[in-house]
Design a protein around this ligand. Structure first.
Ligand code: AMP
Ligand code: ZN
Ligand code: FE
Ligand code: FE
Length: 281
């Protein structure tokens, strides 16, 4: 039976708009058979996702996305981790720290909005699941709910994007190396997310020296030319080529579940790589 793969999705355990169960329901509609739930700094949605996936013929790949900041270039770099052991206690401690840093940054964004007369509170963002993994999309949604803006996009354009008045950089967050180390220590495979947004080949190669194993090649905003270039690059440097939709659910602006073609053998290659570097089976 042929497989349909999506290796990048988010739920309400981070900044997605759908509960894991509803995400799985939509994946089923799109005939996806292998789905990575890659919430920002949280693996909390995996249990619910697996539970619903049992009803269908869907395999859940345990994953995470860690937003980092490169100290040298100040660039935002997102690192995905696949097939990790989410019960690893030290790994969970690291994710908890990341969520605390996120909450502190959200508090700083909120303070800036207050000075503009827009009053919201950190407690507004506790949905009982995200455990402090508050991102700008949450704040954008709240601004929409308050009638300050009409969409997530408008909130980013007016307030939250770099250069806008409520922008706060992810200053004290992890570096790319921190994220790679954390994922490797949980026996996962670190992969750089959507390099088309920000990253040079030099950056990717320096991350490969730290243990990065792959590049997210297939991605909604990547042009055909970029995909071709990245495929050549990954082959040359023995990096894996992965891909996904970065689906965040309805109303998020990232809504292309099922539209990104990822070769089905990517799953096998990721697992092979896991066994090779972590000596497990
Ligand atoms: P944060 O992790 O808080 O820095 O927020 C980054 C997340 O915001 C990304 O993973 C995207 O999901 C989302 N995002 C970034 N820029 C935009 C935008 N212009 N419109 C909607 N969502 C965005
Ligand atoms: Zn996100
Ligand atoms: Fe990302
Ligand atoms: Fe993402």
């Amino acid at each position: 039976m042929s497989r349909k793969v999506d290796l990048h999705t988010h739920s309400t355990y981070s900044d997605g708009t759908l509960e894991p169960e509803d995400l799985i329901q939509n994946a089923q509609k799109q005939k996806i058979t292998h789905l990575a739930l890659s919430d920002h700094d949280s693996t909390g949605g995996l249990a619910a996702a697996r539970n619903r996936a049992k009803e269908f013929d869907i395999t859940i790949i345990p994953a995470v996305e860690i937003n980092t900041r490169d100290n040298e270039t100040s660039a935002a770099v997102h690192i995905l981790g696949y097939f990790l052991e989410e019960t690893d206690i030290n790994f969970q401690k690291v994710l908890t720290q990341h969520r605390e840093i996120r909450a502190q940054r959200a508090q700083m964004i909120i303070a800036r909005l207050h000075t503009m007369g827009i009053k919201l509170y950190l407690s507004d963002f506790d949905n009982g699941k995200n455990e402090g993994a508050v991102g700008r999309p949450h704040i954008a949604d709240k601004l929409k709910e308050m009638g300050v803006v009409f969409s997530r996009q408008e909130a980013f354009d007016k307030y939250l994007s770099q250069g806008r008045p409520a922008f706060v950089a992810y200053e004290n967050g992890p570096t790319p190396k921190d994220a790679i180390d954390a994922i490797l220590s949980a026996k996962g495979i670190p992969v750089i997310a959507h390099p088309g947004y920000y990253v040079s080949k030099e950056t990717i190669l320096s991350l490969a020296e730290m243990g990065l194993q792959g590049v997210e090649v297939y991605y909604p905003s990547h042009s055909k030319d970029l995909v071709k270039t990245l495929l050549g690059f990954t082959a040359e440097h023995k990096l894996l080529a992965t891909g996904g939709s970065d689906y965040h659910g309805p109303g998020s602006g990232h809504e292309r579940l099922g539209e990104i073609a990822v070769p089905e053998e990517t799953i096998d290659l990721l697992l092979e790589r896991k066994y090779a570097i972590h000596n497990v089976n």
